[in-house]
Design a protein around this ligand. Sequence first.
Ligand SMILES: NC(=O)c1ccc[n+]([C@@H]2O[C@H](COP(=O)([O-])OP(=O)(O)OC[C@H]3O[C@@H](n4cnc5c(N)ncnc54)[C@H](O)[C@@H]3O)[C@@H](O)[C@H]2O)c1
Ligand SMILES: O=P(O)(O)OC[C@@H](O)[C@@H](O)[C@H](O)[C@H](O)CO
Length: 386
Amino acid sequence: MEAVHFGAGNIGRGFIGALLNQANYHTTFVDVNDTVIKEINNKQQYDVILADEKQEKLTVNHIAGINSVTNPEAVVDAIVKADIITTAVGPNILAIISELIARGLRKRLEANPQPVNIIACENMVGGSSLLKEKVYEHLSQDEQAAFSERFAFPNAAVDRIVPNQTNEDLLTVSVEPYFEWVVEKSAMKGTIPDIPGITYVDDLKPYIERKLFTVNTGHTVPAYIGHFLGYETINDAMKDEHVQSVIAGALHESGEALIRTYGFERSKHEAYVEKIIQRFKNPYISDEVTRVGRGPIRKLGPDDRLIRPAKMFMETTDKEPENLGKVIAAVLRYVNPADEEAVKLQEMIADKGIEKTLQDVSKLAAGDPLISVILREKEELENLRK
Ligand SMILES: NC(=O)c1ccc[n+]([C@@H]2O[C@H](COP(=O)([O-])OP(=O)(O)OC[C@H]3O[C@@H](n4cnc5c(N)ncnc54)[C@H](O)[C@@H]3O)[C@@H](O)[C@H]2O)c1
Ligand SMILES: O=P(O)(O)OC[C@@H](O)[C@@H](O)[C@H](O)[C@H](O)CO
């Protein structure tokens, strides 16, 4: 069985690649990082280390790499032969890879009658749907109809903390032992891939929102409040009493919104939250606040991990999300010259002020009550430093 995976980074190698290997796939990684691609072809295997007291090592083999900048035709040919196509490149990169995927699938229409599923494994609601939209922008109407017969873009939720890697070996990747990969079965075509570790569901929405608005919402607290308080790593920030109090409050707010929207059992949701907080404290993982806080403009998006649960909390409880508001305020205070979006966000704030920036980035209407909560919490934030 052949898999093509876009993005040989942390999640690509440390999670998707590992599960595909355990399911006996040969995986072709596609990336723009020539050093990583050369090393994949040179070594033809890499290690995944499970970050706990046992430090168990799994070897991932049956792999190859293609540099999509220098060898796009090889990517097209790999797509023609693939039994599954996956991505883990980051939400903003889906539009960039869409043209090459469109070319590969166009050639496949003539050359291979088998249907194929293209699964975007990104932290966002509707990642595969977005990829499909971007792929379809490169097609004629007739091609769109032919693609819809043969190719599917099921949405997915992926959960495994994989920090930036500091191992001596370039390809080795340390990951937390926990993982969850949920895929929207109802949207798939052809034979459902037999990949142990995937949970297939008919309706993904509750799963992706529960994951994004608990794991990723929670993660923003040690990232942005932690950065505001001067911490460099997630587990150091998690030791701070202010971070502990805001994370408890923020996950109470997003939890209440999720429970009221989807009817999750309260005790099970509380256990889910507790497990996530323990995962953030994993002493065997050193995760930088700047990795978890990367892309603050994306993270302030209307459907992303802060604004959406804050709005849901207000709609379902009629109360103010003061903890989520505090984290959003910390994102607006996030200064990091090494992060392009952080620089751009600060420029936007300097140029047009916070209210207009929130209207543009988070699509909040002028006068939205959430804006007042955020402005008030921005003042409150200073008290955390006292
Ligand atoms: N790291 C985690 O803990 C984690 C967990 C769950 C989900 N995710 C999601 O997985 C996705 C990837 O995150 P990551 O942490 O692995 O990031 P990463 O930066 O480690 O990996 C991204 C990879 O994509 C490659 N890439 C960039 N542009 C490309 C292009 N045009 N074509 C092909 N490859 C390209 C990069 O070179 C890099 O190797 C994101 O959507 C992230 O939200 C990450
Ligand atoms: O990948 P991002 O930038 O959307 O979010 C940063 C982290 O919260 C994220 O990578 C988590 O580690 C991951 O989602 C855990 O499953």
